[in-house]
Design a protein around this ligand. Structure first.
Ligand SMILES: NC(=O)c1ccc[n+]([C@@H]2O[C@H](COP(=O)([O-])OP(=O)(O)OC[C@H]3O[C@@H](n4cnc5c(N)ncnc54)[C@H](OP(=O)(O)O)[C@@H]3O)[C@@H](O)[C@H]2O)c1
Length: 235
């Protein structure tokens, strides 16, 4: 039996990933920073709910304690993330971004992943086949962001892509440090969710595909990589 925790799984890509992994036989914990939203999602999906705010040390420690007491963890999907839009829904570009905005985005997308991964490492180390999936973005790729004439090049945001580039580095360094684990970064693609005001061009069913696949990777599968549904991406 594989036990899986997905952070920020009360909606969007995390919710769809939970649905698919439950169908594949995983016992899934829906991490949610709001107890009621988590409870409702878990009820819908037949999952377990765990209160987990990735920006809060005490919340993460309590979640780790609960899951440890229930029997441990095999798969961690670091999915919770924020883009940080302006009040009128626009992308925060170089002219508007501040240190405070950077800090806020990094607190969830980077420090949150480190906080959660660090707290669950002892549990993962006890698993026979530990797996970590870090939900990154195509916007993390310095190669893609500098490829003139592409939609990725045209994206003007600063904090969000920088946070995902940092997340890719975190992924690589953890993967090297823990060769017994499969630790990869994935790019779901531009998906219609609350994160982007549903401007994404694909469904969560399509977007969750690579997250689900990497969550199910076996001990001989890749580690320290960066993938979308089509294959390996350039850093
Ligand atoms: N949508 C895309 O086009 C796209 C593309 C590439 C990568 N991604 C990545 O995919 C992941 C999922 O995003 P999504 O598109 O599914 O967005 P979403 O629908 O907005 O879902 C984000 C989830 O993260 C949760 N969350 C935010 N801050 C949190 C915190 N401090 N603690 C715990 N949970 C928190 C949200 O909870 P609340 O409901 O409480 O806010 C929500 O459950 C993110 O990492 C995002 O960067 C998305």
């Amino acid at each position: 039996m594989t036990t899986t925790l997905i952070t920020g799984a009360n909606k969007g890509l995390g919710h769809e990933t939970a649905r698919r992994l439950i169908a594949a036989g995983h016992t899934v914990y829906i991490g949610s920073r709001d107890a009621e939203r988590g409870r409702r999602a878990a009820e819908r999906l037949g999952a377990r709910a765990v209160l987990l705010d990735v920006t809060d040390d005490a919340s993460v420690a309590a979640a780790a304690k609960t899951i440890e007491a229930d029997g441990g963890l095999d798969v961690l999907v670091n999915n919770a993330g924020i883009e940080g839009r302006t009040q009128d829904g626009g992308v925060v570009g170089a002219a508007e971004v501040t240190a405070g905005i950077m800090r806020e985005i990094f607190e969830t997308n980077v420090f949150g992943v480190v906080r959660v991964t660090h707290a669950f490492l002892p549990l993962l180390q006890r698993s026979a086949a530990p797996v970590v999936v870090n939900v990154s973005s195509g916007l993390a790729s310095l190669s893609a962001v500098t490829a003139e004439g592409t939609p990725t090049y045209a994206y003007p945001g600063v904090a969000y892509p920088a946070s995902k580039t940092a997340l890719n580095m975190v992924t690589v360094q953890y993967a090297k440090a823990f060769p017994n684990m499969r630790i990869n970064a994935v790019e779901p693609g531009y998906t219609a969710t609350d994160l982007n005001g549903h401007t994404g061009i694909q469904t969560v069913e399509v977007g969750a595909e690579i997250i689900v696949r990497m969550a199910q990777v076996g001990p001989d599968g890749p580690t320290g990589g960066y993938f979308d549904a089509e294959g390996t991406l350039p850093w």
